[in-house]
Design a protein around this ligand. Structure first.
Ligand code: MF3
Ligand code: CO
Ligand code: CO
Length: 262
């Protein structure tokens, strides 16, 4: 299949799907505290998505994934499965939310910290968000995916962290992961797919404090760092516009002006 170029009416729906996904991260923030279990966070998000938003939580039963969100704690890189394990002081967690609204997906994630975390941990989280913004900021027609990956990689490695290679951003729309667009978070400028207006994709770098290598646990979902170092991730869903990009999953705590400075 060729890359799916969204029409203006597709984009109207994706804008709303993105807003719903962002709203879930806003809603769950106050509950991400010491003592809460990731399963409680999952249940709250599930109920909000289904009852308040009349959307579908895309992860639930996706290739057999058993829950409605991904919760990736500390050295978990991605696809952490909500469980009855409680969050404790000093933990970091990525919550990844994907909703389906009128047949279209909105996919976004952010980091939360529990209580006090150290300066290096804060730096890991900040650099990961900046890496995502750096990638987003390159997006416009004519730019190639390798340009985006290279920019993300450069920002991460300049800060002496490492980029996970095995998982990438993706085309998104009626399909959760459109295989025609794979947004590697590393690479070479001037290589890969050329972006065009109407493409919709995610940028979602996973950044490790230690080495880049990962390992899949026996549950066949949970991905951890091989060296058990901490890992962080941020994700947005965006569209390529005439002159740049539109972020569908932007939250009120984020400033477009700041994003444009990266
Ligand atoms: N939300 C993840 C992504 O960003 C995918 C999760 S798939 C699941 O692409 F099955 F693990 F939920
Ligand atoms: Co995604
Ligand atoms: Co996601």
């Amino acid at each position: 299949m060729a890359v799916d170029i969204k029409t203006e009416s597709d984009l109207v729906i994706m804008r709303q799907a993105g807003k719903y996904a962002a709203d879930v991260l806003e809603m769950i923030g106050p509950y991400v505290v010491e003592g809460v279990t990731t399963e409680e966070l999952n249940q709250r998000c599930h109920e909000y998505i289904v009852d308040k938003q009349a959307c579908i939580p895309a992860p639930l039963n996706y290739h057999g994934f058993p829950k409605s969100i991904c919760t990736s704690v500390n050295h978990v890189v991605c696809h952490g499965i909500p469980s009855d394990k409680a969050l404790k002081d000093g933990d970091i967690i990525n919550i990844d939310v994907t909703v389906i609204h009128e047949g279209f997906h909105g996919d976004t994630s952010k980091m939360f910290t529990i209580g006090e975390v150290g300066a290096q941990v804060k730096r890991l989280i900040k650099v990961t968000q900046e890496a995502m913004y750096t990638g987003i900021n390159r997006v416009r027609p004519g730019v190639r995916l390798g340009d985006i990956g290279a920019a993300i990689q450069a920002h991460v490695e300049k800060n002496r962290f490492s980029v996970v290679r095995e998982y990438c951003g993706h085309g998104i729309g009626r399909v959760f992961h459109e295989p025609e667009i794979q947004v590697l978070h590393y690479g070479k400028p001037g290589t890969g797919l050329t972006l065009a207006k109407g493409m919709t994709l995610t940028i979602e770098p996973m950044v490790n404090a230690g080495r880049r290598h990962v390992k899949l646990l026996d549950d066949d979902w949970t991905v951890i760092t091989k060296d058990r170092s901490l890992s962080a991730q941020y994700e947005h869903t965006l569209a390529v516009t005439d002159t740049g990009y539109e972020i569908f999953t932007l939250r009120p705590d984020e400033s477009l002006e700041e994003i444009r400075s990266f």
